[in-house]
Design a protein around this ligand. Structure first.
Ligand SMILES: Nc1ncnc2c1ncn2[C@@H]1O[C@H](COP(=O)(O)OP(=O)(O)O)[C@@H](O)[C@H]1O
Ligand SMILES: [Mg+2]
Length: 267
């Protein structure tokens, strides 16, 4: 009897040990998976934090760039406007000559400030959200230029448009913006044409005016033009400026575009 009880007990214990081993065997991989999942979550959180920091830094840089731009552009124009208006008031009070010329130049200056201001409020969301193509955006931009400045401006698009990466489209928009601002500020042009050509393997942008032109010195003189060259290089493209006294100015941007290459290659 005792031997029988002992045997039952031994069998029970063996059963318990076997079940324990079985459960541990199941549990171990599950625990390993849980630890791996936990590690992955931690890594994902770190990555999200890193991206958020990067986005914050980019936004801060953009803000200070805009502040600098406003300081050099609109704020400067408004300052000039305010002191020149005071001078005009004095001329008017004394009945002196030259008032009409002063007022004409002030009107130009105010349009320049308006053009600068419009640059910051131009709605780029349709382009960013893929609701408007690049050529439609440039068309709207050029129409606005014409409305503000009164200089006839036309957009010509050739080739079939393929969507560019957003960084390229945005860069191109900014190059049009600065080139048009230069036309208004410096060219004294009677018209301007913006040509957007989608050709095999590249996109070509030209902003050409028939104004007074200028002598190109060194790396394109001012900040605006060297910024344009730098922007073109960042996009993997090239910026060429053709100008000369009395010859008008043509700014040409050439950007490689693998998408137009694929399209042309297939058809
Ligand atoms: N379309 C243009 N027509 C005539 N002159 C121009 C034109 N674009 C640029 N320039 C000349 O090149 C200079 C440098 O231009 P830019 O680098 O944009 O600087 P900014 O516009 O601040 O003067 C201008 O001051 C002007 O003399
Ligand atoms: Mg400029």
């Amino acid at each position: 009897m005792n031997a029988k009880k002992l045997a039952v007990r031994v069998i029970n214990m063996a059963g318990i040990v076997a079940a324990g081993a079985l459960i541990t065997g199941w549990e171990r991989p599950r625990r390993r998976e849980a630890v791996a999942a936990e590690r992955q979550r931690a890594a994902e959180n770190l990555e999200l934090e890193r991206r958020a920091r990067q986005a914050e830094q980019a936004a801060a840089e953009e803000r200070s760039r805009i502040a600098r731009d406003i300081h050099d552009g609109i704020a400067q124009s408004l300052y000039m406007l305010s002191i020149s208006l005071e001078a005009c008031a004095e001329l008017a009070a004394k009945g002196e000559r030259g008032l009409d010329q002063r007022l004409t130049s002030l009107s130009r200056l105010s349009k320049q400030a308006l053009l600068d201001a419009r640059h910051y409020i131009f709605d780029l969301r349709p382009l960013q959200e893929g609701r408007a193509s690049l050529s439609q955006t440039v068309q709207r931009q050029v129409e606005e230029f014409q409305t503000v400045t009164g200089i006839p401006a036309e957009v010509v698009v050739t080739g079939s448009e393929s969507p560019l990466p957003l960084t390229a489209s945005m860069g191109l928009y900014r190059i049009v913006q600065e080139s048009l601002a230069n036309v208004y500020k410096h060219a004294d042009a009677s018209c301007v044409e913006v040509h957007l050509a989608f050709q095999q393997g590249e996109v070509l942008l030209q902003v050409a005016d028939d104004g007074k032109g200028f002598v190109i010195e060194g790396e394109h003189g001012g900040h605006g033009l060297s910024n344009l060259s730098e922007r073109a290089r960042e996009l993997g493209g090239r910026l060429d400026i053709a100008s000369g006294p009395g010859q008008g100015t043509c700014v040409t941007l050439t950007l490689p575009s693998p998408m137009t290459a694929a399209k042309s290659g297939n058809g």
